[in-house]
Ligand binder design. Structure first.
Ligand SMILES: Cc1cc2nc3c(=O)[nH]c(=O)nc-3n(C[C@H](O)[C@H](O)[C@H](O)COP(=O)(O)OP(=O)(O)OC[C@H]3O[C@@H](n4cnc5c(N)ncnc54)[C@H](O)[C@@H]3O)c2cc1C
Length: 159
């Protein structure tokens, strides 16, 4: 197990791979109240390229991972097992593009839903998705947990 962590540290830098007491409790479990556990390690990639590299390394070592967004899920899907690496996407935040012609918005995975809603509104659109956890849940988590959101995201309508 240390081999995979050493390789992750070499690839991403030590500041992007936390273990033991350096892992915040918020990464132990989501809003479901299901059993919370510390993962083997917590990894914070800074780009999609680093996400790919992290997945490549974990795959090569047979290392299980669990992806974490805003941790507002109510089904324990983001909760780590002790032997898993938690892949936190919290550094991947930001709206990259709004295309008026196709009425689409492109954003990084951990952009909070509320940020997406505001960006859409400022551009003259209405984002057709809303839920109580809007300030904390992420667009990546939304897509992962709610298939219907994919349709809604594509069909943002002119406000
Ligand atoms: C107050 C409140 C109100 C809520 N209202 C609703 C509601 O109306 N409708 C509803 O459906 N849910 C609701 N939820 C549940 C939750 O907010 C949603 O399921 C939300 O979409 C989860 O997003 P998240 O970023 O917090 O995901 P997380 O909880 O971090 O993860 C949820 C799942 O998605 C996976 N995941 C996260 N990010 C990614 C990614 N980038 N790529 C691949 N997989 C990923 C995780 O591995 C996990 O399996 C509510 C929760 C709260 C606390």
């Amino acid at each position: 197990m240390t081999a995979v962590l050493d390789t992750l540290r070499e690839a991403l830098g030590t500041e992007c791979v936390r273990t033991g007491a350096d892992i915040p409790r918020k990464n132990f479990g989501d809003a479901s109240g299901a059993r919370m556990r510390a993962p083997l390690a917590l990894v914070f990639p800074r780009s999609t390229e680093e996400v790919s590299r992290c997945l490549e390394i974990c795959h090569a070592h047979g290392q299980r991972i669990v992806t974490q967004g805003g941790m507002t899920g109510l089904a324990g899907g983001a909760n780590p097992q002790e032997s898993e690496v938690a892949l936190s996407l919290e550094r991947l935040v930001g709206v990259e593009e709004i295309d008026h012609d196709s009425a689409t918005l492109t954003a990084l995975a951990s952009t909070p839903l509320a940020v997406i809603q505001s960006a859409a509104e400022e551009a003259g659109f209405l984002c057709g998705i809303d839920l109580g956890a809007r300030g904390t849940c992420t667009i990546g988590g939304n897509v992962a947990t709610w298939q219907q959101m994919r349709t809604a995201i594509r069909s943002c309508v002119m406000g």
